[in-house]
Design a protein around this ligand. Structure first.
Ligand code: PHB
Length: 381
């Protein structure tokens, strides 16, 4: 029997046939240039990883905002749509599918980094404690008093337009970034959203933003709900998130039941890891055990430091349909091939290349210059 057989089984995502269960998770790599426009090097990066059954793009911002990742891509200009079209065309030619992860960072933006000088926005004017703008020298923390969003529908509209743009760029679908302390997540939790209007005040009302964004993405992408997924990180402490367990249970049980009704393509659950909880703010619940069984119709994707064996077991025992891998895909462009053939997975790379090349190195450094198993054997031999 072939190795990690369960991960090799094809699966249908609505009308799309995914050739296996291994997914490239969204990874911020900061190599789209100051215009936030994908080019040939980004085409190569995604094509190199196209043996996965599904690729999820790096977080892609839906409008100009003070994102503290100067070279992360966007999907709000015609140039960006054109750049992404080159990526999607090449990925399709290489035989796989690709979703665009739609990202708004809300209170973790820096107004000084927005070329339009727009203020940093948030559900309730509550800043994220302890943040560090990676791209700015020194220690400016996140904005203490971000502006309160007056009309959340304006932001729902940005997601709808971004989904339209993603469709125009040839993506197969979109994933809403609802995790890791960004805007959708900020609306969901009770400490970052204390609104008293229809967008806050109870678990149901706090979930409204996520639900309306998902509906808008479905509309924007053309009406098929299977072309929309969402990433959630219940209990994750990144960017100063962290509701108590009983509130988390209410929030995510309600949200997941609504997402079942909307019949979306998948829910990607990031399981708690202290790697992503520098302040110890999170609530380390067993996300898979607590929430996975509530997901009825969407495919269940799990994420968060899974090994090949563990991912295979999750699919084999029916707790997951898909497994997304982030950091293992950085240094192993042919990760599925390595998994399926029981070959070593390369882990010996420096964190310094995650968010950009090392100073003085070309853009390809730590990005497209990792070898496949075959290439590394040829090089050694
Ligand atoms: C990061 O830049 O550290 C980052 C971005 C998006 C995520 C998580 C982490 O979802």
């Amino acid at each position: 029997m072939a190795y990690l057989q369960h991960l090799q089984d094809p699966i249908e995502l609505g009308s799309l046939l995914l050739k296996n269960r291994v997914v490239l998770a969204s990874l911020t790599r900061n190599r789209a240039g100051p215009n936030r426009t994908p080019g040939p090097v980004n085409v190569e990066y995604y094509v190199q990883r196209s043996s996965a059954g599904l690729l999820i793009s790096e977080g892609t911002i839906i409008s100009e905002l003070g994102l503290n990742a100067p070279n992360a891509p966007g999907i709000f200009t015609s140039g960006q749509i054109e750049g992404w079209s080159m990526v999607t065309k090449a990925v399709h030619a290489a035989g796989t599918k690709i979703f665009c992860q739609l990202w708004h960072v809300g209170r973790t933006a820096h107004p000084g980094m927005d070329p339009l000088g727009q203020p940093t926005v948030s559900p309730s004017g509550i800043g994220a404690r302890g943040g560090k703008f990676r791209a700015l020298p020194g220690q400016p923390g996140y904005i203490e008093h971000p502006e309160i969003i007056q009309n959340p529908w304006d932001f729902v509209g940005l997601f709808e337009q971004a989904a339209k743009n993603a469709r125009d760029a040839g993506f197969d679908g979109v994933e809403i970034h609802g995790a890791n302390g960004y805007l959708v997540h900020q609306f969901l939790e009770s400490h970052s959203n204390v609104r008293t209007d229809e967008w806050g005040g109870s678990a149901e009302k706090r979930a409204k933003f996520a639900i309306e964004v998902v509906k808008a993405a479905i509309r924007g992408f053309g009406g098929d709900p299977k072309r929309v997924g969402i990433k959630l990180s219940p209990g994750g402490g990144y960017n100063d998130m962290g509701d108590p367990e009983s509130i988390l249970m209410e929030e995510y049980s309600y949200l997941i039941s609504e997402l079942n009704d909307l019949d979306i393509g998948f829910i990607e659950l990031y399981r708690y890891s202290n790697q992503f909880d520098p302040l110890g703010r999170g609530t380390p619940v067993d996300v898979v055990e607590r929430f996975q069984h509530l997901i009825k119709k969407p495919l269940r994707m799990v994420n968060g430091v899974y090994s090949g064996e563990e991912g295979n077991e999750a699919v084999g025992n029916g707790t997951a349909d898909l497994v997304s891998y982030g950091t293992p895909f950085i240094g192993n462009p042919d990760l599925p091939y390595r998994f399926f053939n029981n070959l070593p997975v390369f882990t010996d790379f420096t964190v310094a290349i995650w968010y950009g090349p090392r100073p003085g190195h070309p853009i390809t450094d730590g990005y497209t210059d990792f070898k496949t198993h075959h290439e590394s054997i040829a090089r050694e031999g």
